[in-house]
Design a binder for this molecule. Structure first.
Ligand code: ADP
Ligand code: MG
Length: 652
């Protein structure tokens, strides 16, 4: 069954070469119970590791079931190990954070033998520790722990059990129990190979091999071996590649990852922090940005797509801006003139804009002053919440009346009803006749922080302007907008005697589509900026995760060795650690999304800004945080997967 020919193993220790094994030749047959004895450093463990496929010889040939081991890849060896071999160690090597039962079923993760869960219960029963199944290793005595370890080594129904000083850490009562279990296993046909220091343990075996300085000193048969053991020769060929289910494995790794991470709550929490803060900030900022954009768009579209705004333009010659000339300024009368000239203009309003101080009693507020015709009401759909809008007659008479926004009401009047009250705008008395409907704030711009007065009053009594700043033109049919655009330019150019040179640039018209475009353009820049911040914070978060995973790999080196001994392939270890880093990063991402979402709600309730969380920003954040887990988890996971099983097991 096991056939060693001239096996040697040497280690390089700096300059020196340590020869752990010298030309060992040995054959072990099925059903035997072999004890290997010898002083410390004589090569017993090395020999066992080679026979147990955990290590490969430097020189020589080793055949297991007639197959030459040196032809196997590391992963093939892992598969062979988990199908044929069970290990029992002196230090038990149970995983401390999971229960006895979970320790016993651990190898099933790699063998994918689902029928084994019930078998695990039977094994614990057989080992006499069923009542301890749901205790953790540190709640068990040494003898009990070793029995858990034996149950674990049996879970995949191995043909051979290797035990390296299994009683070395046990009291004499426990030692007797463990030895009787091993004998019982051997009676049932399992080949047992045990390394021991103790003479009486060695004498229990059927065959006793003594070693010294890497060589076999003596090899004695003490009892006859069970010869009629029914071991299938086809064993090696079966199960090398079982059907593989990503979902089931993924779930299993996810479970384990979660457990490990929960065992280290503070550390896990801290390593999530970077990702969490980054994602939360991005979600909150995007919510504000998107909210602002939506509010602006909603307002722009409520104004209708048939609003044109005419302004005087910068004069350009060959693309270079010239000084704005007098001829290109808009007059108050231009508004009415355009309306009269063009049938498709439904309404027009001449507008001026300015800033000023408004005062009521002892209160003071700096605000935006807009002037317009009475038609401004319909063009901008500003039906007053209370009171009324000013009339065209009042405009003509330059009456000092004002319609005020909600912010002015709040800042100056508090609970007083403002209608009919007198306020001062830039030290001029005005009577409040109405309150504007609420428009809300978008980002830093508060649209309710405004006072609206008749345009002629504004020009001649308040701002001292001879000209108007813009003219709003409402077109009857939005399909005519391009036609209207050109017509208006022609008419206004003619009226102002604009020379050919400046015909394209003396006046400019903006429509809502242009403004919407400008808004979305600026929000694109904003998004780009946010993405850069998000990118940086995710990288920082990722480095944090990588750091913690590297610590974790070092800390759990023995565990990795153990898992490999139980048949984990490189991919299994890689997947395990990768899952952990993905769990950390995506949980961080999820919490970040939740926090960012809460923050945006808090911000919108306290500031009154519109916020909006888009599904795409949530999905994108989650996707990116998970991706960070993959990218920054790969290196530590790969490092773990490349560890040599024996070196990992020897790690302190
Ligand atoms: P035993 O189990 O009989 O006490 P081992 O098989 O553990 O002995 O070790 C045999 C020899 O090989 C010892 O001299 C030991 O120092 C050496 N040795 C074992 N493993 C390594 C290693 N990874 N690197 C260097 N030397 C090693
Ligand atoms: Mg040893």
């Amino acid at each position: 069954m096991l056939e060693l020919r001239n096996i040697s193993k040497s280690y390089k220790m700096g300059e020196n070469i340590v020869h752990a094994l010298h030309g060992i030749s040995l054959t072990i047959l099925e059903g035997d119970y072999v004890a290997i004895m010898g002083p410390s450093g004589s090569g017993k463990s090395t020999l066992m590791h080679i026979m147990g496929l955990l290590d490969i010889p430097s020189v020589g040939s080793y055949k297991i079931y007639g197959k030459e081991v040196s032809r196997f890849s590391e992963d093939d060896l892992a598969v062979l190990r988990r199908e044929t071999i069970g290990f029992i160690f002196q230090q038990f090597n149970l995983l401390p954070r999971i229960t006895a039962y979970e320790n016993v079923t651990l190898p099933l993760l790699y063998s994918k033998n689902r029928a084994g869960n019930e078998y695990a219960r039977q094994l614990l029963e057989r080992m006499g520790i069923a009542s301890r199944s749901f205790h953790r290793p540190n709640e068990l005595s040494g003898g009990q722990q070793q029995r858990v370890a034996i149950a674990r080594s049996l879970i995949n129904k191995p043909k051979i059990i290797f035990a390296d000083e299994p009683t070395g850490n046990l009291d004499s009562v426990s030692e007797k129990e463990i030895l009787s279990i091993l004998k019982e296993l051997n009676d049932q046909g399992i080949t047992v190979i045990i390394v021991t220091h103790e003479e009486e343990v060695g004498l229990q075996a059927k065959r006793l091999i003594r070693m010294r300085d890497g060589e076999i000193q003596s090899d004695v048969r003490l009892k006859p071996r069970l010869s009629e053991t029914p071991v299938s020769q086809q064993l090696i060929h079966q199960n090398i590649s079982r059907p593989f289910s990503i979902v089931r494995e993924g779930f299993e790794y996810f479970n384990q990852g979660l457990k490990t991470l929960l065992a280290n709550k503070i550390r896990t929490g801290l390593s999530m922090l970077g990702i969490l803060i980054g994602v939360a900030a991005v979600i909150a900022m995007l919510a504000i940005g998107k909210g602002a954009q939506r509010a602006i768009n909603a307002q722009l579209s409520s104004l209708g797509s048939n609003l044109l705004v005419l302004r005087s333009g910068a004069r350009r010659v060959g693309g270079v801006a010239q000084e704005t000339g007098i001829t290109s300024r808009l007059n108050y009368s231009d508004a009415q003139y355009l309306k009269n000239q063009l049938d498709i203009i439904k309404d027009s309003s001449a507008n001026v804009h300015g800033h000023g101080q408004v005062t009521f009693q002892n209160k003071n507020w700096s605000t935006q002053i807009n002037g317009g015709n009475a038609s401004y009401l319909n063009i901008h759909a500003l039906y007053p919440l209370a009171g009324r809008f000013f009339t065209e007659v009042e405009n003509q008479k330059r009456v000092r009346v004002v319609v005020i926004g909600r912010t002015i009401v709040r800042e100056l009047f508090g609970s007083i009803n403002p209608i009919g009250e007198l306020i001062k705008i830039n030290k001029v008395n005005f009577q409040v006749i109405g309150i504007l409907p609420e428009k809300g704030a978008t980002g830093f711009y508060d649209q309710d922080d405004v006072v609206l007065v008749p345009v002629l009053t504004a020009m001649y009594r308040l701002l001292g302007k001879e000209y108007v700043d813009s003219i709003d033109l409402e077109i009857t049919d939005s399909k005519q907008i391009d036609f209207a655009h050109q017509k208006i330019i022609d008419i206004i150019n003619t009226r102002h005697h604009v020379s050919d040179k400046f015909k394209q640039s003396a006046f400019e018209i903006r429509n809502m589509a242009d403004i919407q475009e400008a808004v979305s353009e600026s929000s694109k820049t904003m998004s780009l900026l946010l993405s850069a911040i998000a990118g940086i914070s995710l990288v920082v978060g990722g480095i944090g995760i990588m750091n913690i995973m590297l610590v974790s790999v070092t800390e759990r080196t023995r565990e990795i060795g153990l898992r490999k001994a139980m048949g984990a392939r490189r991919w299994d270890i890689l997947a395990q650690f990768l899952t952990e880093s993905i769990v950390v990063s995506s949980v961080g991402g999820l919490v970040g999304i939740f926090l960012g979402w809460s923050a945006s709600i808090v911000i919108s309730t306290f500031s009154g800004w519109t916020t909006f969380i888009s599904i795409s920003s949530v999905l994108l954040s989650f996707f990116f945080s998970a991706a960070v887990g993959v990218i920054f988890g790969i290196y530590p996971a790969r490092k773990a997967s490349l560890l040599h099983p024996i070196e990992a097991l020897r790690h302190e």
